[in-house]
Design a protein around this ligand. Structure first.
Ligand code: EZ4
Ligand code: CO
Length: 412
């Protein structure tokens, strides 16, 4: 089952996506997501210049061997660009194996461990009334769990708050719309940790009073606190029974989670920016967190993330795979197949792609009663409409960044 073609497709329907498409001599095709938000073209070059030529003539059925070949023969290990490229190859090979077997990928991974995947949506508001409306809207849409992000008094623009897209002239307010972020320079936002720490517990108190104790509530700290600030926040949020507090400190200093853990029982999620099992290894062994945020797209594919999650399972640590809209529908499908098969599934982030993206990528997943299911088409269940993709060329876009009131650059 030799690979005869390896194409890299860049498209920007609602935002930029990088997709690897492999074709075998029998005519099977496989898709892999290689999207690295804000640094997309580095992965395009890695794939086009250094990976695609080596794929031609390789046996597509040898998934583990191909993974090891690309990881070890590169010599330069790890890193988001390398691991997104390897992830795309790995996903595409699982897709091909599924099509060749006539089975959805989750069957190849051991079959379904549940009926569907509990998914959380992103509610947000610049103030409490706006936040309540957003939570209500998510509940009406069918979400059974919501992430809560809120504006902070005194700060103009902060992470995670929906606003209307400038380029599309309004429409539905979303916080992830790339058109608002497109341009030659990243957008500058502002930040003040003390105001945030004072404000956030009041917001969660108001949300629990309004929506009751049942609904799982999540929050993303987005790497912006010091360890002792994170410990303080985790402790102050305990009465509101969060499902998780995500990325409370920057991920580089993993030791810092020890300090956080000593002070709070609020469950912790970490790792959306990690890219190998090694980034998680010590944190898992020391039981310093509760949910693995790794994305199939950024962790080197299904093969590598499954190994990480199997190790995490030994410590009762569960999955919480990253699922923002910068994970393409191909990467989301891979996450759904893996999440359906493993025993230690926790929750799946689900942000819903825009209409144009859904026309470029035809998908077979379903979303019913708050649960995602990847569908039963052979492979990953996603096909790429090349003509549609061709309508939307790459557009320069960056993630925003933060400055404090005195001008200091801060984690975003
Ligand atoms: O900022 O996906 O939990 N979700 C997140 C995301 C990330 C973006 C970065 O590309 O933190 O919104
Ligand atoms: Co996050």
């Amino acid at each position: 089952m030799n690979i005869v073609k390896a194409e890299v497709v860049v498209t920007s329907p609602d935002r930029n996506f990088v997709t690897l498409k492999l074709t075998t001599e029998e005519g099977f095709t496989g898709l892999g997501d290689a999207t690295l938000n804000g640094r997309e073209l580095a992965v395009v070059s890695y794939l086009q210049d250094h990976v695609a030529p080596l794929l031609i003539g390789k046996d597509a059925s040898r998934i583990e061997d191909t993974w090891q070949f690309f990881y070890r023969s590169a010599y330069w290990r790890r890193g988001p660009v390398t691991m997104a490229a390897i992830a795309a190859v790995d996903m595409a090979l699982w897709d091909i194996k599924g099509k060749a077997a006539g089975m959805p990928v989750y069957q190849l991974l051991g079959g379904a461990s549940r009926q569907g995947l509990l998914a959380y949506g992103h509610a947000s508001g610049s103030d409490i009334p706006e936040l309540f409306d957003s939570i209500r809207k998510h509940l009406e849409l069918g979400f059974r769990a919501v992430r809560v992000q809120t504006g902070v008094p005194g700060l103009n623009a902060i992470y995670g708050i929906a606003s209307q897209s400038k380029e599309t002239g309004g429409g539905e307010a979303r916080y992830d719309h790339e058109p608002a972020r497109r341009g030659a320079q990243p957008v500058q936002e502002d930040w003040d940790t003390r105001s945030y720490l004072r404000h956030l517990p009041r917001v969660f108190e108001a949300v629990r009073n309004e929506f009751g104790p049942e609904i799982p509530l999540l929050h993303d700290g987005h790497h912006r606190m010091t360890p002792i600030q994170a410990a303080q926040l985790g402790k102050n949020l305990e009465p509101y029974d969060l499902f998780w507090l995500e990325d409370c400190t920057p991920a580089e200093n993993q030791e810092s989670l020890k300090l956080v853990r000593q002070h709070t029982t609020t469950p912790l999620a970490i790792g959306e920016i990690f890219n190998t099992a090694w980034d998680f290894k010590d944190l898992i062994r020391d039981q310093l967190f509760d949910y693995v945020r790794g994305a199939v797209t950024h962790m080197g594919g299904i093969t590598a993330l499954k190994k990480t999650l199997d190790y995490a399972a030994m410590y009762q640590i569960k999955s919480g795979m990253h699922g923002p809209t910068d994970i393409s529908p191909v990467g989301m499908a891979a996450a759904m197949h893996l999440g359906l098969a493993i025993h230690n599934f926790g929750i799946q982030e689900y942000m819903q792609h825009g209409d144009r993206t859904n026309q470029v990528f035809e998908q077979s997943f379903t979303w019913q009663d708050g649960l995602l299911h990847p569908g039963d088409k052979p492979g990953l269940g996603v096909s790429l409409n090349i003509d549609e993709a061709g309508k939307y060329p790459y557009q320069q876009a960056y993630l925003p960044f933060n400055r404090l009131a005195d001008g200091t650059v801060h984690d975003w």
